[in-house]
Design a protein around this ligand. Structure first.
Ligand SMILES: [Zn+2]
Length: 212
């Protein structure tokens, strides 16, 4: 019977650059996990190594549990891209404000909603606390260009904008977390990140007298 052995050449998950041994030859392994000394050498050379899960190791053909590698060039490119994205985001947030609304009575001391030039056309507001931008709220724009009366919310973290679902008590549509029912509730969500089952804040509680 012919003997047959599958061999793995570990490589960068982004650009497929092969891992090489000390002599510059492509490294051949019998499984999709790096020996500890190879792992240490790669890390000291600037590779990023995300350890796989050996419990999912069903042999060299099985890719689910494997160690995941990125070469130094790809690590540097993604770090540069992330830094550039953060810089663009910071520059956009640094634009002068043309309108500021004090919402401290609803969101708490120090909270404001602000707009830069052009934001009003998009029904877009930044949610700020004492000059630090925590996120944004905007009316949802439909595909035909018209604006919904419901509001989207995003919170900002690490140069990214993360969608914030409407909690159940503050949804525009019953059982749809897509939109908040008002601007200030969406902003309250960004400011306080309430749990999904939290009650509406007292200032937004509808009473018979307030419904006209
Ligand atoms: Zn690479």
């Amino acid at each position: 019977m012919p003997s047959f052995r599958l061999v793995v050449i570990p490589q960068c998950g982004s650009c497929a650059a092969a891992v090489r041994d000390e002599h510059g030859r492509e490294l051949l392994l019998a499984e999709r996990f790096l020996p500890a000394e190879v792992r240490q050498r790669l890390e000291s050379d600037g590779w990023s190594v995300a350890a796989g899960d050996r419990r999912l190791n069903n042999g060299p053909h099985e890719m689910i549990g494997e160690d995941r590698l990125r070469c130094p060039g790809c690590v540097a490119r993604s770090q540069a891209a992330a830094a550039a994205a953060q810089a663009r985001h910071d520059a956009a947030l640094a634009q002068p404000r043309v309108k500021t609304v004090d919402v401290s009575a609803r969101l708490g001391a120090g909270w404001t909603l602000t707009q830069r030039a052009g934001d009003a056309d998009q029904h877009y507001w930044l949610v700020e606390h004492e000059g630090t931008v925590h996120g944004s709220v905007n009316r949802y724009q439909r595909k035909d260009g018209t604006f919904s009366s419901g509001w989207e919310a995003h919170f900002f973290s690490g140069g990214h904008e993360w969608r914030l679902d409407a909690i159940s008590s503050c949804q525009k549509l019953h059982k749809s977390s897509f939109l908040w029912s008002s601007r200030d509730l969406a902003a309250w969500g960004v400011a306080h990140r309430p749990k999904y089952g939290a009650a509406r804040p007292a200032w937004a509680t509808r009473t018979a007298a307030s419904i006209r």
